[in-house]
Design a protein around this ligand. Structure first.
Ligand code: FAS
Ligand code: PHB
Length: 391
């Protein structure tokens, strides 16, 4: 079967679905092809903190009902050492806030609203391949039900994450890559237990980094820094709950409540930027183009700002033929991406124990945290970045 559309989107994660909704809402024809099943996509437990950049898009699309009902507005978050808690009052310092609402729920809301929007999403599309990206008539092929299908499009947008096919379709040497791989990972657990504290706590204690987050007043999300050599076999639930109690009971209002894990996973940490987000008629958005360590809660929100810029440029092109905004997409998006990369790297360096660090580096972390505690200017700088820099 041959299909023609204006924009073919590869990947139905937050980037692909947000972009598909925005284009569809503007009357631009688009189709999303996703290699996994809907349940598999929803089964990935990832981000938890949304900037208003992201929630504004959901409101603009009229898909923010559940987000407004269930999202937890957070006017502050906490940085802690093993025995001291510094509250960053983002509401007082910036007049803005963040919303705690899982990426899974954002994806579910976007998925469920797709049929009413008229957004076609093809799941379980195997072996997606991109063709003719340097021509004016690119196309995507994929396999489904034992047949090879083809989608001819005016543009292709790679929203297929870090391990997707789109970035790899760009010829080697066409872009500079920047990468830092961190010497540790995050072990995460999701459980239906009440959070230990009303706001997030990022802790840099003697035993390393830990994060107490949540999804709702009855569902918690915790992380601890683990060596890259660790696997889930090294972490029976009880051992992890012991660690979390040690780290957060002295710091939190309620103390840690144990419960059976709904999910446990270990995620590697990396900073990565692919310094072009366009090659011919192929664009990249979200994790397909960049990765941040989750410390700054930027990953999902950067995907949203990419999509905000790109949808505006594509809609403008299809309405007026003007290509200026398309030409400006890469520099415009990269300007915000690099600032988020910096903030995520800064907070990762400040809050984690690096194996190669010695006593001097630990003193630097201690001094920096003491300065944060004493300086409204430093707290404002952190708050501005945490709530998200302007588009
Ligand atoms: P995604 O990776 O979410 O989606 C890409 C989609 O493309 C997937 O559905 C995939 O199946 C599909 N795909 C891939 N290859 C394909 C192909 N060849 N053909 C068709 N489809 C294909 N961010 C935060 O802000 N906070 C966090 O705590 C946080 N934790 C994370 C934990 C982990 C383990 C990971 C990997 C990321 C985490 N992130 C976090 C970042 C994460 O939330 C991303 O920023 C976000 O998922 C980006 O969304 P997408 O760009 O849509 O990419
Ligand atoms: C989460 O709740 O999953 C979460 C929150 C903040 C982060 C990272 C992860 O910085």
């Amino acid at each position: 079967m041959e299909i023609k559309t204006q924009v073919a989107i590869v990947g139905a994660g937050p980037s692909g679905l947000l972009l598909g909704h925005l284009l569809c809402a503007a009357g631009i024809g688009c189709i999303v092809v996703e290699r996994q099943s809907p349940d598999h996509v929803l089964g990935r437990i990832r981000a938890g903190v949304l900037e208003t950049v992201t929630t504004d898009l959901m409101r603009e699309l009229g898909i923010d009902q559940r987000l407004n009902a269930e999202g937890m507005v957070e006017g502050g978050f906490n940085l802690a050492t093993h025995d001291d808690v510094i509250r960053i009052d983002i509401e007082a310092l910036t007049g803005r806030h963040v919303i705690v609402y899982g990426q899974t729920e954002i994806t579910r809301d976007l998925m469920e609203a797709a049929p009413d929007r008229g957004l076609a999403v093809i799941y379980e599309a195997a072996n997606v391949a991109l063709h003719g990206i340097e021509s004016r008539h690119p196309w995507v092929t994929y396999e489904k039900g034992g047949k090879v299908e083809r989608i001819d499009a005016g543009f292709i947008v790679g929203c297929d994450g870090f391990h997707g096919a789109a970035r790899r379709a760009i010829p080697a040497g066409a872009a500079r890559e920047f990468e830092r791989i961190y010497p540790f990972g995050w072990l995460g657990i999701l459980a239906d237990v009440p959070p230990c504290h009303p706001e997030l706590i990022y802790a840099n204690g003697d035993r390393g980094f830990a994060l107490a987050s949540m999804r709702s007043p009855t569902r918690s999300r915790y992380y601890i820094q683990v060596p890259l050599t660790d696997t889930l076999d090294d972490w029976p639930e009880e051992r992890l709950w012991d660690e979390l109690e040690m780290r957060f009971n002295p710091l939190s209002e309620h103390g840690v409540t144990r419960g059976p894990a709904l999910e446990m996973s270990i995620a590697p940490l990396r900073s990565y930027v692919f310094e072009t987000m366009r090659h011919g008629r192929l664009f990249l958005a979200g994790d397909a183009a960049h990765i941040v360590p989750p410390t700054g809660a930027k990953g999902l929100n950067l995907a949203a700002s990419d999509v905000a810029y790109l949808s505006e440029a594509l809609i403008g092109y299809f309405r007026t033929g003007d290509e200026v905004a398309l030409d400006n997409y890469t520099p415009r998006a990269l300007a915000r991406i690099w600032k988020a990369e910096r903030f995520s790297w800064f907070l990762t360096k400040l809050m984690h124990r690096f194996p190669e660090d010695g006593a001097f580096e630990h003193r630097m972390q201690t001094a920096e945290l003491e300065y944060v505690a004493s300086s409204r200017a430093m707290q404002t700088a952190i708050a501005e970045n945490y709530v998200g820099l302007p588009l």
